[in-house]
Ligand binder design. Structure first.
Ligand code: NAD
Ligand code: UD1
Length: 333
């Protein structure tokens, strides 16, 4: 019996694959490499000393997905595969809806045909829109402001409807906050193409001298220093959350929703200072106008994941900054 990781060559999927293999789970990965590279697979094998099957398949290719299920005894799916850039989703809504929604519909249909009814889905804190207060609990109202977020919200609804239609399913919706950091080996991490949109990859490129300075998007938010506050979580902690969610999903059918965050918020300037201190580097910055669509504060109430899954984070902001930087230094060309 194996666990299928769609998008398992990506940032969060590759780290989750390591944690699953270390826990002696049998893993199969499916990925089309639209946002990842094949060398990640051997890096996972090097780190774990373990092997797994891999299929270069696009979720939109139904026959390809069928083949994966026909050739393996898939017991559960952790579904990471999807397009994830918020700004790009505004420019390319059809591509985002097609890839994320249609891809998931095909996946679930093939799962149903093969009597595999356990899915753990990568959702996002983006489904909380502009939260009325922080920390954010799972039962807060949901809304979105861009096509990427809409795909997450729609897929949460679709997967919940699947459970309503057939109570044999287990649907686990994991709402991630802001994953950063990298595997301590320096072999796995986040390597976005072009100029990064997200804070930590941008800081890394500034520290590395590839970008001149960080633009801090707004210092007039109602936060302790005026800059935006987020819940940064080490990707290895996040990966472990998937292992815990998988174990729980085998015991209890239903729709289960969990925030995966640390419960602690850091501002942009907190992160800049922590990064400089942890790595003994300089991160020059200027204050720039607010970024459209940003909110002041977003951090999780992660009590439910602790109480139900027994999951809590281990790595602090210093370790997140060190590991993010180590990945850059290790992979310098
Ligand atoms: P990623 O882009 O690194 O990984 C996604 C993987 O899916 C990539 O390897 C890509 O090649 C693959 N993929 C995309 N479309 C595919 C398709 N049609 N068929 C097969 N493979 C496909 O992203 P990530 O950061 O690892 O995110 C994983 C999931 O978590 C995504 O669904 C993302 O939306 C969600 N998420 C990410 C964040 C974050 O900040 N990284 C936050 C919240 C939610
Ligand atoms: C982003 C996504 C969101 C996703 C979340 C988790 C956007 C608009 N939103 O949120 O859908 O769920 O990641 O991965 O991409 N900042 C700067 N300068 C920069 C970059 C960022 O000041 O160059 C600030 C932002 O204003 C924000 C904070 O840093 O206050 C974090 O930004 P980012 O890393 O992009 O994540 P989110 O906006 O929280």
């Amino acid at each position: 019996m194996a666990v299928l990781l769609t998008g398992g060559a990506g940032f969060i999927g590759s780290h989750t694959c390591v944690e699953l293999l270390n826990a002696n789970e049998e893993v199969v990965i499916l990925d089309n490499f639209s946002n990842s590279k094949p060398d990640v697979l051997d890096k996972i094998r090097t780190i774990t000393g373990k092997n797994f099957r891999f299929y270069e398949v696009d979720l939109l290719d139904r026959d390809g997905v069928e083949k994966v299920f026909a050739e393996n005894d898939i017991e559960a799916v952790i579904h990471f595969a999807g397009l994830k850039a918020v700004g790009e989703s505004v420019q390319k809504p059809l591509e985002y809806y097609h890839n994320n929604i249609t891809g998931t519909l095909i996946l679930c249909d093939v799962m149903r045909k093969h009597n595999c009814k356990n899915i753990v889905f990568s959702s996002s804190a983006t489904v909380y829109g502009s939260p009325k207060s922080v920390p954010i609990k799972e039962d807060f109202p949901l809304s979105t402001t861009n096509p990427y977020g809409s795909t997450k919200l729609m897929l949460e609804q679709i997967l919940s409807d699947v459970f309503v239609s057939d109570n044999d399913w287990c649907v686990t919706l994991l709402r991630y906050f802001n994953p950063i950091g990298a595997h301590k080996s320096g072999l796995l991490g986040e390597n976005p193409n072009g100029i990064p949109n997200n804070l930590m990859p941008y800081i890394c490129q500034v520290a590395d001298g590839r970008l001149e300075k960080l633009n801090v998007f707004g210092n007039d938010y109602p936060t302790h220093d005026g800059t935006g506050v987020r819940d940064y979580i080490h990707v290895v902690d996040l990966a472990n959350g998937h292992l815990k969610a998988l174990i729980h999903s085998r015991k209890e059918k239903g729709v289960h929703i969990f925030n995966l965050g640390t419960g602690v918020g850091y501002s942009v300037l907190d992160i800049v200072k922590a990064f400089e201190k942890a790595n003994n580097v300089k991160v020059p910055y200027v204050i720039a106008p607010r970024r459209a669509g940003d909110i002041a504060e977003c951090y999780a109430d992660a009590t439910k994941a602790l109480e139900v899954l027994g999951w809590k984070t281990q790595y602090d902001i210093e370790q997140m900054c060190k590991d993010s930087w180590n990945f850059i230094v290790t992979n310098r060309k």
